[in-house]
Design a protein around this ligand. Sequence first.
Ligand SMILES: Nc1nc2c(ncn2[C@@H]2O[C@H](COP(=O)(O)OP(=O)(O)O[C@H]3O[C@H](CO)[C@@H](O)[C@H](O)[C@@H]3O)[C@@H](O)[C@H]2O)c(=O)[nH]1
Length: 447
Amino acid sequence: MAWMLILLGVLVLAAITLLLLRPTRYSRSKNDAKRIQIVVLGDIGRSPRMQYHAMSLARHGYTVDIIGYKESDIHPALDSDSKVHIVPIPPWPRKWQTDDRKLFVLMAPLKVIWQTWGLFAAMSYKTSPSRFVLVQNPPSIPTLLIARVACILRNTTFCIDWHNFGHSILALKLGPSHPLVRISHFYEYFVTKDAPINFTVTAAMARVLRENHDRTGVVPLYDRPPAHFQPCPSATARSEGFLSLATQQSWPVDFSSSPLSPRVIVSSTSWTPDEDFSLLLTALSSYSAAAKSNSLPPIIAIITGKGPQKEYYLSKITEMQGHGKLTHVRILTAWLSIEDYARLLSYAHLGVSLHTSSSGVDLPMKVVDMFGAGLPVVGWDRFEAWSELVQEGMNGRGFGSAEALGDLLVELMGDEKQMQKLREGAEKETQRRWNDEWEEKAGKIFE
Ligand SMILES: Nc1nc2c(ncn2[C@@H]2O[C@H](COP(=O)(O)OP(=O)(O)O[C@H]3O[C@H](CO)[C@@H](O)[C@H](O)[C@@H]3O)[C@@H](O)[C@H]2O)c(=O)[nH]1
């Protein structure tokens, strides 16, 4: 009898706690009507597409809460917009990060609990109720589940911005038939199955969701460059602009070994394992050898971005330099402000994309940035969606190996006419901007 009373007491206490902790709910009252949460379980400053969504939604009259990690600088237009609020998730404390495998096993579940609570608290308690939540996927775990639960509790419409598939990224690490990949595949589609609004970055991705997963409410919303990416009007302005940026950044850009003026190539990356930079390094080393004997211009290759594999590739570059493999090439790395990143793309001669696409149906956003700046590209083209972005020989060229990339560099750096044609093609891409695409595809949904 006594134990039944205790159990009843515990249940009543739990019910009261849950009731008291229940987050406020959205109702279509005047005040709640035009509010949205944008959620990314990553660095907001390095999530350009989610920032562009926020800008467009604010312009559309929404009050926007952006929930994510605040590590890099946010786009200045968002920082100064009173309708946009950054709601930071507390990062996993640096002092608890460890390389020790045993400690890691112990800390990993704690980290998931930390992340889960941080995200849930931001979505459910630190923000006012909103009509919509727009969640970036991937990362899928635990983001999608937490967002789904928060949406149920707060009466919010669950919308997903599909950049890629989380399970396909996991498969790169573990292999496609690994049980965890299968679980993640099931989880990703199960948790999102009722989402009434799904944006995708390609038509091919939309087709996968519709045909393989019976989704309705799927809208391909292409990445398009926002207005701060602009082409530079002339070759002289490009070369002067680059020299001034190089001076500002203290980049060593003089080449005493060659009488020809260098060509600038740019690649941007998050330094993740799906981009194999050894392809570019091998290609640059064969270019260096070819440039010596064929009097081709030297190359300054600037790789921008932050991410986990940067140190690994930096040591590879130093090693190659030590072996004299890069005499006609200089490789520099940088993390630039948003304005300087856009400037660099507008001054360069050629952009390089090494994005391999884990799902085959996502696209490299860096190519969109490059086109916004009127910069032609060469890119890894062995995946289905590539042709949704780049027209072969019109605004870019594709390759499928380090040798092919090396040959392409030799061909293009020695062919002004072809480079001019590709630049004209890339400049055409500057005409349709993010806001045009967003207004047409998303504007009517977020009325
Ligand atoms: N400010 C600044 N931003 C930089 C810099 N370097 C790179 N970036 C940012 O980092 C991005 C490149 O990062 P990636 O992670 O390599 O992106 P991605 O492969 O081009 O595309 C991602 O987004 C797509 C959809 O939007 C996805 O489809 C794709 O899978 C991937 O997640 C650039 O587009 C740019 O916004 C820099 O120096 N400064």
